[in-house]
Design a binder for this molecule. Structure first.
Ligand code: HEM
Length: 495
């Protein structure tokens, strides 16, 4: 025990000396302003349960380009549309990498995938492959009937509990899991046909282990000791994923050329090992991309729907107005179809407002600078982490009137969109690392929210009044409701 403490003390001393050296090495170049930090710890102690809100408060005092240090890691925090444009457009080529963090290294196949891959030729070719083959309009359209079928099943199951309280979050989440599995793997994976723990708990353990704050990511030298004991858990989780994906790859290899709609694994396997392919990829990259699609595709639409429906429940006039639009465009005799979506303007406004107030990833994913860079006269050191606080940008009073209010009408006559060209609204990011699943994600959230509001009238249980609905957040990979949304659906269509 004593020797561990001695080692820790030595590491702390080394850390302190190294930090002092790093600061001196700036050669007088001006870092962005920021709060005063503590020796060694830097500003880590300033982050609580809601880091996006803490950083927003600090940015109000120190500015939209703020320097902070979390342990050893320099962090640049961006909190205005103008600053976001500098980092995601003007200097995007410098800030398009991702930092190496332990969870990604050990759980997510050594950062070989798209989501966390370091910027470089391998990442660029994977990104191109995914854009052309997995997220093309033709591919997205090929899953249209599957999506409508899954949403239809969800509506049926809600209809069966007509009048009773339902855990909407859980229902929407399991539908999203099924949809993603069918698209990526070509079939549903239920708890029964997957190892003794079950599919959902496998995914949950992966999320838990990789979202636990890890000292090693801030103090690499102390981290080598693995004081939190996370490394074995991460490696074990990777083994579970590995076995699961190996099984799927084998199943696909055996069932090749059976004339069914090609799922993502079929497409990736066609490229695997092919010497002639423009983008050859190996087996571990295929597994890394499979994991990316699960992690990035499952919870993101669910979370948006949860927040969107919560805001509608808190604002009955907006809910009624949306139902009116749906009744006029679709009528009461059939359900919404994907082809209706382009005619649902108010739905679009409700979703934009939901994305503004509840971006699924309030700090996007961390970016990393690949070289020293000067932005607005500030020195941004190589290997800084870049945190884009899109939640704070959604609250910027220079960009939005009454930013704290849920008010979809603010988008009437406005050309502001969520697609990454308007820096005041960036739920999918922008630039080289923007979300490649955006088109697909938008179709799913539009279709699902439209169906839920068109098919049902909704009430809160236990006489909870609209303005009493708890809206506490749970910050994590995606920022969800802290408590599941429970509500009472009442079927309202004629058939
Ligand atoms: C409402 C739905 C969705 C939202 C709000 C969303 C949001 C985001 C955000 C904020 C990022 C990080 C951008 C950055 O770091 O600058 C991202 C990246 C990514 N998303 Fe999405 N996403 C959604 C749906 C999807 C879906 C359905 C998929 C795939 C099935 C997907 C796949 C990805 C991938 C692979 C990346 C990493 C891109 C890269 O680093 O190059 N997303 N998404």
């Amino acid at each position: 025990m004593a020797s561990t403490w001695t080692m820790l003390a030595l590491f702390a001393l080394a850390a302190y000396i190294l930090q002092a050296t790093i600061r001196k090495k700036k050669n007088g170049r001006r870092l962005p302003p920021g709060p005063r930090g503590l020796p060694i710890l830097g500003h880590l102690h300033m982050l609580g349960r809601f880091p996006h809100r803490d950083l927003h408060q600090l940015a109000k005092k120190h500015g939209p380009i703020m320097y902070m240090r979390f342990g050893f890691v320099p962090n640049i925090v961006i909190s205005s549309p103008e600053a976001a444009k500098q980092f995601l457009k003007t200097h995007d080529h410098v800030f398009a990498s991702r930092p190496v963090i332990q969870a990604v290294k050990y759980v997510a196949f050594e950062q070989k995938g798209l989501l966390f891959g370091e910027y470089g030729p391998a990442w660029r070719s994977m990104r191109k492959l995914c854009a052309l083959e997995l997220f093309s309009n033709a591919k997205i359209n090929s899953f249209k009937s599957m999506r409508e079928e899954e949403v239809g099943l969800l509506i049926q199951s809600l209809k069966q509990v007509d009048g009773g309280a339902v855990d909407v979050s859980a229902k929407v989440s399991s539908m999203s899991v099924e949809m993603t599995c069918r698209m990526v793997f070509g079939k549903r994976y239920t708890d029964e046909d997957f190892d003794e723990k079950g599919f959902q708990s496998m995914i949950q353990e992966g999320m838990d282990v990789s979202s636990t704050p890890n000292i090693a990511d801030y103090f690499p030298y102390v981290g080598a000791l693995d004081l939190q004991g996370l490394k074995p858990r991460m490696k074990a989780q990777n083994k579970v994923y590995d076995a699961f994906f190996e099984k799927i790859i084998d199943e696909h290899a055996q069932a090749r050329d059976q004339g069914k709609t090609k799922d993502f694994v079929d497409i990736l396997l066609a490229y695997m090992g092919s010497e002639d392919a423009e983008y050859p990829i190996d087996r571990s990259r295929v597994k890394a991309i499979m994991l990316d699609m699960l992690v990035a595709g499952m919870d993101t639409p669910t979370t948006t729907i949860e927040w969107g429906l919560s805001e509608l429940l808190r604002d009955p006039p907006v809910m009624k107005k949306l139902q009116k639009e749906l009744d006029e465009v679709v009528g009461m005799d059939r359900m919404v179809e994907e082809s209706d979506l382009e005619n649902l303007e108010y739905l679009d406004m409700v979703l934009k407002e939901t994305f503004r107030l509840h971006p699924v990833a309030p700090l996007l994913l961390p970016h990393e600078s690949m070289e020293d860079c000067t932005v607005n006269g500030f020195h941004i050191p190589k290997k800084s982490r870049i945190t884009i606080n899109v939640w704070a940008i959604g609250q910027d009073p220079n960009a939005w009137t009454d930013p704290e209010k849920f008010f979809p009408e603010r988008f009437v006559g406005s050309s502001i969109d969520v697609k990454g060209q308007d820096y005041q609204l960036l739920p999918f990011g922008s630039g080289r690392r923007h979300c490649p699943g955006m088109q697909l994600g938008l179709i799913v959230v539009r279709l699902l929210l439209a169906q839920l509001v068109h098919c049902f009238d909704w009430e809160l249980p236990n006489n909870i009044l609209p303005n009493e609905l708890d809206m506490t957040e749970l910050f994590g990979h995606v920022t969800t409701r802290a408590n599941h949304l429970v509500a009472i659906p009442k079927y309202r269509l004629h058939k």
